[in-house]
Design a protein around this ligand. Structure first.
Ligand SMILES: NC(=O)c1ccc[n+]([C@@H]2O[C@H](COP(=O)([O-])OP(=O)(O)OC[C@H]3O[C@@H](n4cnc5c(N)ncnc54)[C@H](OP(=O)(O)O)[C@@H]3O)[C@@H](O)[C@H]2O)c1
Length: 328
């Protein structure tokens, strides 16, 4: 008889947390280049519920019903015939990319090519927090803002918006590894936390100076890792240095217009939209930082799989401090 697993799925676009259904479905089988894992933890990203809302329609989800959840940690149960790096019993961190799988389930299939080993020093929750948020922060700083994380590049002033969020918390810490001067925005309740992550200056986004993104010491920003939403170019522009660049990880239609305009006019100040392209080398690098105590994960809350809708609602609320974890 086919073995079944508990999976959380939605069967159409929309509906929010109440459209998540708890189903018993067959455990998936790995293809040649894939690994079947018993999921130990997953984390919710805004991406997950944006896909449910239909924001990437008609590309994602590829079909219904869909099991959401990209970030996973787990124990390898079975490997495809072409898999070389992993064997049953190994602990791993990965991003789910197969069409019918997702982290909100007892088992998931992942590609070997985006999977890193999870050393025992990193908990399943810490590992599951890392892929999407950590890789986005890493890609924004290194590939888009040109910051060398070993500190060998020129000194830069960096602004990180929504530094208390999943991406922002990692961006602050990675930017400090690079020896940059970090100004960060967050709400009043998280200012102490964001300072403890290494930010040199923290501004409350609900104050007039915070809303204007003004550095308390009057610094102009060489790079902005923009993890919040709804801030127009006119607010960034006066705060940028001559060649300042805004890396926008949630670009609105008007931000995309600004991007095109700045490109076409050869503007020195730029806005660039970011799309995450996961790289296993970067994931391994981040895992190593966590293992060596150089990168911490702030966990907002943890939920069991049978309360996945509460985790979903928490993420939609937009006020998580750090990452939201779900454990089967
Ligand atoms: N392009 C890509 O490939 C990519 C990859 C990853 C993420 N993203 C996007 O990036 C965004 C951030 O993701 P995330 O996981 O970091 O989100 P998140 O964890 O849900 O962010 C929540 C945090 O943002 C803070 N915040 C909200 N508005 C703010 C503002 N105006 N100024 C300062 N802080 C503010 C909140 O603080 P309070 O509670 O105090 O309000 C809360 O702590 C999302 O829109 C996500 O979809 C894009």
């Amino acid at each position: 008889m086919e073995k079944l697993m508990h999976a959380v799925r939605y069967h159409s676009y929309g509906g929010g947390p109440s459209a998540l259904q708890h189903d018993q479905i067959p455990i998936p089988t790995p293809n040649k280049d894939e690994v079947l894992i018993k999921v130990e933890a997953t984390s919710i990203n805004p991406f997950d519920w944006k896909v449910q809302k239909g924001m990437l329609r008609p590309f994602l989800p590829r079909k219904f019903p869909h099991i959401p959840g990209v970030d996973v940690t787990g124990e390898v149960i079975e490997v495809g015939s072409g898999v070389q790096k992993f064997k049953p019993g190994d602990k791993v961190v990965s991003l789910v990319s197969s069409p019918n799988c997702g982290g909100l389930a007892e088992f998931a299939v992942i590609k070997e090519s985006v999977t890193a080993s999870r050393p025992p020093e990193i908990s399943a929750s810490e590992g599951a927090a890392l892929p999407v948020a950590g890789l986005t922060a890493h890609q924004a700083l290194t590939e888009y803002a040109g910051i060398k994380l070993d500190g060998s590049g020129e000194h830069k002033n960096v602004l990180i918006t929504a530094a208390s969020g999943g991406v922002g918390q990692y961006a602050v810490q990675l930017a400090k590894l690079a020896n940059t001067h970090v100004t960060a925005t967050c709400g009043t309740r998280n200012m102490k936390l964001v300072r403890s992550l290494g930010a040199d200056e923290v501004i409350d986004y609900k104050t007039p100076d915070g809303a204007a993104l003004k550095s308390p010491s009057g610094k102009k920003y060489d790079a902005v890792i923009h993890c919040a939403m709804g801030i127009p170019w006119s607010t960034f522009e006066p705060n940028l240095s001559t060649n300042g660049k805004v890396v926008d990880i949630t670009p609105s239609p008007s931000a995309l217009m600004t991007f095109a305009l700045k490109k076409l006019t050869f503007s020195k100040k730029q806005l660039v939209p970011l799309i995450l392209i996961p790289k296993v080398g970067s994931l391994e690098y981040l895992v190593d930082l966590v293992k060596n105590g150089k990168l911490k994960t702030v966990i907002d809350s943890k939920y069991p799989l049978n309360k996945a809708e509460d985790a979903w609602a928490k993420s939609i609320g937009g006020h998580a401090t750090g990452k939201i974890i779900v454990e089967p």
